[in-house]
Write a protein that binds this ligand. Sequence first.
Ligand code: KIV
Length: 289
Amino acid sequence: MTHAVKAPDSGAKNPKSLYGGTSSRRITVRDIAAAKERGEKWPMLTAYDAMTASVFDEAGIPVMLVGDSMGNCHLGYESTVPVTMDEITLLSAAVVRGTRRALVVGDLPFGSYQEGPVQALRSATRLVKEAGVGAVKLEGGERSAHQIELLVQAGIPVMAHIGLTPQSVNAYGGYPVQGRGEEAAAQLLRDAKAVQDAGAFAVVLELVPAELAAEVTRVLHIPTVGIGAGAECDAQVLVWTDMAGMTDGRVPRFVKQYARLREALGDAAKAFAEDVVGGAYPAEEHSFH
Ligand code: KIV
């Protein structure tokens, strides 16, 4: 897939900025660490295909997550649980091909790392070698620290994910806010420190109270990536279909919708259908003689 990476229209002045910077080489985990030192906030979006990824890359999104949210948003499953390594690998490779600048993070799906560090290394190695991702993400704090340690030792950058971990939906019985109450907050802090100590380069905080996320962000030297975790995180991530108004039905309260793509696409499909039925398409300029 070929496309030009244009500098995004941003007020950012630092050429090294993750968003709005002028460098067109691929972002690395060292750039992410430097942004935390500068106190710079950055955006992350999910992507599941080359064309959408190329749009976000041109818009200057510095980090793209091939999330297992593809289960709900792209593959038609009820949750992230059924997503397989084959599916994540195929779509991660597409997103890598669709991007020039973004750091592409591939999600390790449910069942691909819970057995232990060796299984995690096998799965992560596949994503790096076959799809070409620059980093992987996995869920869990203290419980996943050994996996993170081995991946990092093997040279694979790891983004951790704590707070609400959607792969545990069957254990939660839904998607409840995490870290409420003294003991739960203390556990979240222990999880955050455990993944940092294990070598994670960043940590997603999903659905945790804003005050707690702010405290984790202050305490850690690696960046926090919030989703439903308030404004104090170093970065923010949204599922792209939620962000762009493509998702069918209700979206979570923390989502801000920046477009109404579902409506726009539906209108385009209806206009096409009406033109075909009414004989307005194809017109003379669309025909060959
Ligand atoms: O799979 C995903 O999209 C995620 C984000 C919501 C962080 O894990």
